[in-house]
Design a protein around this ligand. Structure first.
Ligand code: ADE
Length: 233
């Protein structure tokens, strides 16, 4: 019998030359729980064993000269080919600052995939033939340059994993996140109702769900107008 878990579960393979970077962030909290529940299978692959040269190098000088080393195509191709032997991938994504910029709607869309590969770049760049022939999509987490694609891959993985049904205890909380309805999330409060003389808005203590929902919606619109007005257009 096919279990509901195997239908919902997602497989994420991350290719990197710095596998140790993932040990902490990918083994805590929600991401750890999702793996334990069998809702996500996360595999981190070290690129270096896929080199065939004696020095085990994965980068080389750029043709035509210039500063910075370039990641070689061969180890990446060998690693991706090895993975493809036993898994069909919906997307093979290269993390790069010049890719399409990540937003919530891209996360939602990517979370519908079954199997994806995230490839982390490093050094000055990656042989263009990898981008032309081996990958299906390029994603940036913002207009700034990180020292490698690892942190960006973790951000993508985290943002997808929390969207997998069953990962969050209260499933509605992913739907009320900022950006899910093109609105930033309204402010939230918890006990005590007064701290240092700073009060929680009275409406939130009223117990009237409809009034509270209206207040939250208005607060979300106000915040969005102030901070991300383009979302309202
Ligand atoms: N690698 C380096 N900088 C990056 C960025 N901003 N987004 C994705 N990958 C990157």
């Amino acid at each position: 019998m096919v279990s509901w878990k195997s239908i919902l579960a997602m497989r994420i393979d991350i290719i990197t030359c710095l596998p140790e970077l993932f040990e902490g962030p990918m083994n805590q909290s929600i991401v750890k729980r999702a793996q334990k529940k069998g809702l996500v299978e996360l595999y981190i692959h070290d690129l270096r064993p896929f080199t065939s040269n004696k020095q085990k190098s994965i980068d080389d000088y750029a043709y035509g000269g210039g500063a910075g080393m370039v990641m070689m195509i061969e180890p990446i191709d060998r690693c991706i080919s090895a993975l493809k032997k036993h898994t069909d991938y919906d997307e093979i994504i290269f993390m790069t600052p010049d890719g399409e910029k990540l937003n919530q709607s891209t996360c939602n869309q990517l979370s519908l995939n079954k199997n994806i590969i995230l490839l982390c770049g490093h050094y000055k760049g990656i042989d263009q033939r990898v981008r032309d022939h081996l990958i299906t999509r390029e994603i940036s987490i913002g207009d700034y340059v990180l020292s490698g694609g690892e942190l960006a891959a973790m951000i993508v993985a985290d943002s997808l994993i929390r969207l997998i049904p069953g990962v969050l205890n209260d499933e509605s909380s992913a739907l009320t996140d900022s950006f899910q309805d093109d609105l930033l999330a309204p402010p939230v409060y918890t006990r005590p109702a007064i701290y240092n003389g700073w009060k929680v808005p009275k409406i939130l203590l009223s117990g009237n769900k409809a009034v509270i929902n209206d207040w939250r919606h208005e607060a979300a619109v106000k915040k969005t107008k102030e901070r991300r007005p383009h979302l309202l257009n």
